[in-house]
Design a protein around this ligand. Structure first.
Ligand code: HEM
Length: 434
């Protein structure tokens, strides 16, 4: 039996669960059609494609294309029954609209799926229960206790860079820093950190629409292995409690109905993956934006007090997460369009962040910009739980680089973006320091 994406399934119920915007092969169909359109082979697309995240030009710099879409068709019916929204106000409103959900089976009959037990893919009341348990780990006091550790990791990496006169900011710091911090928060053994990073890197690719079955199999294998590993770590902590997040969540699980074992594992998986590549991308995209705008880098050097607004501006300017997905829980009208139950919507936060109706001169990087209410951490009930941690990590890296080196220069003619279309970030960022 096939789902709309052409994937084989064992039962009707599995098909129903797969026939949503999360069906990755389904989105793969989108990619194929989009590629055909680029090559001029398209038969009769439903609407002229304006938003095509797979176009190499769009991938390298999506912002001119977002502008076109926002101006011409801000509530755009995509080629494969997926709405694409690009106006700031629409996105900010819909993120808080209770008629939309994030539960994978929204719009189809049958309950929740065991594969999607984390808070990110749940609606209230399950979302409220899961989020309140995990929120306890992100108190200002817990975060403050991580500050020194973060600064030490940054200082060590910058000392090596000073000796070498150069570094790859992604490989040497932006990638290992958030992964180390989140591994230590969870209490994972240090010898496993490298393996966990590999699993997480592979698992986050599941957030992207991909057509390639081989890659999908790799992703699923990583997810299975990572889940098995996390289950072992939970058993280890059950036998030998520690001062870490796994132990704290086990205590919640043992209190009874509040957190099932599946939910516990999914939560650990979410924390690791959500706190990993996103923060890497913020550091990389932010530094690249500063290096490409040397006047703004100079301003920041001269006035370190600008670091706080600068960070928000960097989040706005090149968002590490380009879109979030929501599903209509009921028929509704919005932006002059009718949506039916089960309709998927791509809320393109990267586009909303460049909307001139919200931000004056949105394509200009201005580290002194005031009152920046960007969408980069989402909004509403799913607002990013790790936003303060991500800010702390990024501030430590950018602040360290700016205060410790008088010269910072891009050491490559061009940069290469990772193939992901949602998590926007660099493969590497070689710089010269002095
Ligand atoms: C610059 C770095 C980061 C960015 C841009 C980012 C972005 C986001 C966005 C856009 C969402 C909302 C997703 C949606 O509404 O569908 C989200 C949710 C979430 N983020 Fe982050 N994130 C970052 C770092 C982190 C870190 C460091 C952690 C934790 C260690 C984290 C944990 C979470 C969690 C647990 C959620 C789910 C919240 C919920 O469903 O209630 N994030 N993040």
């Amino acid at each position: 039996m096939d789902c709309v994406g052409g994937r084989k399934h064992k039962s009707e119920k599995d098909i129903k669960q797969c026939n949503t915007v999360y069906c990755t092969p389904y989105l793969g169909v989108w990619k194929e059609r989009a590629m055909e359109t680029i090559k001029g082979e398209s038969v009769q697309p439903k609407a002229p494609i304006i938003y095509n995240p797979f176009d190499p030009e769009v991938h390298a710099d999506p912002y001119p294309h977002y502008r076109e879409l926002r101006e011409q068709d801000p509530v755009h019916r995509g080629e494969v029954d997926l709405w694409v929204l690009t106006r700031y106000d629409d996105i900010a409103t819909l993120l808080r609209d209770p008629r939309l959900g994030h539960e994978v089976t929204q719009g189809v009959d049958g309950g929740g799926s065991a594969d999607w037990e984390s808070m990110l893919f749940r609606d209230p009341p399950a979302h409220t229960r899961l989020r309140s348990l995990v929120s306890k780990a992100f108190t200002p006091r817990v975060l403050e206790s991580l500050r020194t550790r973060i600064e030490n990791i940054v200082d060590d990496a910058l000392s090596v860079a000073r000796e070498n006169g150069s570094m790859d900011v992604i490989g040497d710091l932006a990638f290992p820093l958030p992964a180390t911090v989140v591994s230590e928060m969870l209490g994972l053994p240090v010898e496993d950190h490298q393996q966990c990073r590999q699993w997480a890197t592979s698992a986050t690719r599941a957030l992207d629409p991909l057509a390639d079955d081989r890659l999908m199999d790799e992703i699923f294998l990583s997810l299975i292995e990572f889940r098995e590993y996390l289950a072992e770590q939970v058993e280890r902590r059950r036998a030998q409690p520690g001062d870490d997040l796994i132990t704290a969540l086990i205590a919640a699980e043992e209190e009874g109905e509040r957190l099932s074992h599946e939910e516990l594992i999914s939560t650990l998986l979410l924390l690791f993956t959500a706190g990993h590549e996103t923060a890497t991308n913020l550091i990389g995209n932010g530094l690249l934006a500063l290096l490409r705008n040397p006047d703004q880098l100079r301003r920041l050097k001269q006035d370190p007090g600008l670091m706080r607004p600068a960070l928000e501006e960097l989040l706005r300017y090149d968002s590490p997460v380009q879109f979030v997905i929501r599903i209509a829980k009921e028929p509704m009208t919005f932006g002059g369009q009718d949506f039916v139950r089960g309709d998927g919507m791509l809320l393109v936060i990267g586009a909303g962040n460049r909307d001139p109706a919200q931000f004056a001169d949105p394509d200009t990087l201005d580290v002194g910009r005031k009152n920046i209410k960007h969408l980069s951490f989402g909004g509403g009930i799913h607002f990013c739980l790790g936003s303060m941690l991500a800010r702390m990590e990024t501030q430590a890296v950018l602040g360290g680089l700016i205060s410790q080196f008088s010269e910072l220069e891009l050491a490559a003619d061009d940069v290469r973006w990772r193939p992901h279309i949602n998590l926007r970030g660099l493969e590497s960022l070689p710089i010269r320091v002095g």
